[in-house]
Ligand binder design. Structure first.
Ligand code: PHE
Length: 495
């Protein structure tokens, strides 16, 4: 073990940092929107299944690989299986980190713009509270380089600053401050919204499954969303796991981080929909899509929420965008950390240099995404739809087939002596996760290649049912092992 390598100072510090990576725009911006578009409660249900059956096991694999190797995303594979090309999986991850951050920080810049507009009072001024005005405002701001590039730059600078400081003094310290503040602010926003008349409609929208809205893509959407939201498939959790001490309970950590991430996604939905639908019952799903939700639809109701009181509305707007900013920042630092750790460990950069140079490069690469060029959509969809699932596919194959059950379970046994679900975990990574991810990728490729509608629907229906059987089966097996833990399996784990 490298003596100079930094480590997390405490268990809680690590959990908050990892949860900080997971909790981000994926939860506050995308989760409510995707849930809304995909049949609300039904999507939420499928999402929970994906997180439990595929997401959390994969997170455990990443954490174990990271801790076992005490190395960055590329170095981890090199150390555990020297001389094999598996390090390319980590390379794909570092590249994904590079690309994701290049558009993630653009949204971070938009959040800063809106925070600025809240502070000056512009966002809550009379006349701003219509969808048309806000639409126009959004377009003006995001296409004006003075704003979009400048604030994008500031967001990136904040990210670099924290990563520059390192693990304990930077990422851990800031996560410990920012995550509790985030939760507090979110609760505040929820409470205000739930007391509005007609707020129940929003809860209904979010939680009651509308089965008639089901499309085969719903499951695929839930899985991609789970990957992005849990920061999986690109080595972020390998990197964060590599700063762990040996005695941390990894399965418990994966469950806690996955649980917190899911909780915040659901809370974000509860913060936004009740308020939005109570004041604007007829809003169309189209207006809630994409950047619409937090930049257009939601700001529209700030004034009304406080009966036209501009001061309260303004304070509320500021709190709201501070909340979103915190969530985004604790995620963007994990993206930069994946890249930085690679250059520090493998290329012998000084941490400060790696963070600044790579941050600057990512900033430059992201400039087209910050301007109305269409680059944003391309980069975000390539990473979200393809790179993360492909990364997740290879990581689960690697952990289960290459690194192997014994080595993985021995690593996990440090800090968790009686991992009842060890065998099932291995089985999921070996068969279920790769299979489900593969089908979902294939489904996306079919759409992108514009394969004829009828072939696609048939295939996707078949896929969806197979996936449902696999995921449901794994869940039932998990419940069985957990409650009835067959003696033979437990003995196996103690070896
Ligand atoms: N999980 C983060 C979010 O939900 C995004 C992210 C993806 C961060 C991948 C790191 C790695 O916003």
């Amino acid at each position: 073990v490298n003596q100079n390598r930094e480590q997390w100072g405490s268990r809680l510090g690590f959990i908050l940092a990892a949860a900080g990576s997971a909790i981000g725009l994926g939860n506050i911006w995308m989760f409510p929107k995707t849930a809304g578009e995909n049949g609300g409660g039904l999507f939420v249900l499928l999402y929970l299944l994906c997180v439990m059956v595929i997401g959390v096991p994969l997170m455990l694999a990443e954490l174990a690989i990271g801790r076992a190797s005490q190395s960055n995303a590329v170095g981890a594979f090199k150390k555990l299986t020297p001389g094999k090309p598996w390090f390319l999986t980590g390379g794909l991850g570092v590249l994904a980190g590079f690309l994701i951050l290049s558009f993630y920080a653009v949204i971070g810049g938009w959040i800063l713009i809106y925070l600025w507009d809240s502070i000056t009072g512009l966002l809550t001024s009379q006349g701003m509270n219509t969808l048309t005005a806000l639409n126009e405002h959004f377009t003006n701001r995001t296409t004006d380089p003075m704003y979009s590039i400048l604030f994008y730059f500031i967001f990136m600078a904040l990210t670099i600053f924290i990563v520059y400081k390192g693990i304990g003094e930077g990422i851990e310290k800031w996560s410990k401050i920012l995550m509790p503040v985030l939760l507090g602010l979110l609760v505040l926003v929820i409470v205000r919204g739930l007391f509005l008349e007609g707020a129940m409609k929003g809860l209904e929208f979010l939680f009651v499954p509308r089965f008639e809205d089901f499309k085969p893509e719903t499951l695929a959407g839930a899985l991609s969303q789970a990957f992005f939201s849990l920061s999986l498939g690109m080595g972020a959790m390998i990197t964060y796991g590599s700063y762990l001490k040996k005695n941390q309970n990894l399965p418990q950590s994966a469950v806690q981080v996955g649980g917190l991430d899911t909780l915040i996604g659901i809370l974000a939905g509860m913060a936004i929909f009740p308020a939005l639908l109570s004041i604007n019952p007829d809003i169309s799903p189209a207006d809630m899509g994409g950047s619409g939700l937090i930049f257009k639809a939601f700001p529209q109701i700030f004034l009304e929420m406080f009966g036209g009181n501009a001061l309260f509305a303004q304070i509320f707007a500021i709190l709201f965008f501070v909340l979103v900013l915190i969530a985004a920042l604790t995620s963007s630092i994990s993206l930069l950390e994946v890249v930085t750790a690679y250059f520090v460990d493998e290329r012998k950069f000084k941490r400060s240099h790696a963070a600044m140079i790579m941050g600057a490069l990512i900033f430059i690469i992201g400039i087209p995404s910050a301007l109305p060029t269409g680059a944003f959509d391309i980069v975000s969809s390539v990473t979200y739809d393809y790179m993360l699932p492909i990364g997740g596919f290879f990581i689960s194959i690697y952990a289960s087939w290459v690194w192997g059950r014994n080595r993985a379970l021995i690593e996990i046994a440090d800090g968790c002596k009686c991992f009842k679900l060890g065998i099932l975990w291995h089985f999921i990574l070996r068969w279920i996760a790769p299979f489900v991810i593969f089908q979902i990728l294939l489904g996306k490729i079919l759409i992108d290649l514009k394969v004829s509608e009828s072939i696609r629907t048939t295939l996707q229906t078949v896929f969806t049912y197979t996936d449902a059987v696999l995921i449901g089966g794994a869940l039932i097996a998990g419940i069985y092992f957990w409650f009835f833990k067959p003696a033979s399996l437990v003995r196996d784990e103690k070896e």
